[in-house]
Design a protein around this ligand. Structure first.
Ligand code: HEM
Length: 291
């Protein structure tokens, strides 16, 4: 994934003849290698589902267990050949690539921010101890009560700024914005960071402050400029899934564990490795059970 999202890959796809240059050629070949690795994995899942899934024609009335099963059933019902296995493979590929590392890297950065801000971890634990108060499983029904946890996740997503350059878009017709004319077929790179690091909206944008998302009455603030999933027609397809995952993992993980640095005088680096998605550096830390 890291290879496939290198800026050089974007460069090649923006101007395809560049793929013949020796260094870029090597990178592109590496990305094809990873692409077929993930593609093969998706294909194996489809094969396994085809064997196990209950077909509509076999009176499969119960809910499909997952996306692949739902797709295969729809394909069986469809008479127009709108569904194909190739399409399914690439949908799975897209969801895997877009959904796996994005959520994982955001979660890893949450650890880093807590290692750098032990007082914020104390506040997180204080809220979890007051509202949850045990090692019971936290569920989505707890979401509205855990204000600080939600504010913490918002601030992690704002600070990580996972897709700083968003994905490339293209204008389908001439567009006028203010005094600027953007011609049809222009590549546009919407800058999510310009919004999430705007100091008029988020004062001291480089400081990690979950409190910026809590109002004077202690309620969670809705801040429209918090746009880690982008906005518009092509905004993240997995946003609601990702939001659920982040809440469930962050709340349960930090309820059960306290994180601490191996060496407090030498904290792990917050440096971000660039790519289409931001990557953290590898780091060790201690996990202490709270229950
Ligand atoms: C923290 C987690 C995530 C973040 C920050 C994130 C962010 C984004 C962003 C910024 C885009 C580009 C939107 C645009 O072009 O304007 C995007 C696109 C996309 N995301 Fe996510 N995403 C996350 C998780 C997921 C998950 C879990 C899935 C699926 C299971 C997913 C699937 C997709 C897909 C398929 C697209 C392309 C949508 C399109 O082009 O129409 N993402 N995501």
């Amino acid at each position: 994934m890291q290879t496939a999202t290198w800026p050089s890959i974007n460069l090649i796809y923006s101007f395809y003849p560049l793929r013949h240059l020796p260094y870029l050629k090597q990178i592109l070949e590496k990305s094809f290698e990873y692409e077929s690795f993930i593609g093969d994995y998706c294909q194996k899942q489809i094969e396994a589902h085809k064997k196990a899934a209950k077909k509509v024609s076999e009176n499969g009335k119960e809910e499909p267990r997952d996306y692949v099963e739902a797709y295969l059933r729809e394909a069986e019902k469809d008479g127009k050949n709108d569904f194909s296995e190739k399409q399914l493979k690439y949908i799975l590929f897209d969801m895997w690539v877009a959904g796996q590392e994005t959520s994982a890297n955001t979660l890893i950065f949450s650890l880093l921010y807590l290692l750098h801000n032990p007082n914020i971890q104390d506040k997180l634990h204080a809220e979890l101890d007051t509202i949850i108060g045990s090692d019971r499983r936290i569920t989505l029904s707890d979401k509205n009560s855990l204000i600080y946890v939600n504010a913490f996740i918002n601030e992690v997503q704002r600070s990580v700024n996972l897709l700083p350059l968003n994905l490339l878009h293209k204008t389908l017709k001439d567009v006028k914005i203010g005094n600027y004319l953007i011609k049809k077929n222009t590549a546009v790179v919407p800058q999510i960071s310009a919004v999430m690091y705007d100091e008029e909206i988020f004062p001291e944008p480089h400081k990690f402050k979950p409190e910026r998302f809590i109002d004077e009455n202690g309620k969670l603030k809705k801040v429209e400029e918090l746009i880690p999933f982008s906005i518009g027609k092509r905004q993240c397809l997995g946003e609601s899934l990702a939001r659920m995952e982040l809440f469930l993992i962050v709340s349960n993980f930090y309820n059960l564990y306290k994180v601490s640095p191996i060496d407090p005088s030498n904290l792990p680096s917050l440096q971000k490795t660039p790519g289409v998605t931001i990557q953290p550096q590898q780091f060790p830390c201690n996990l202490i059970k709270r229950f």
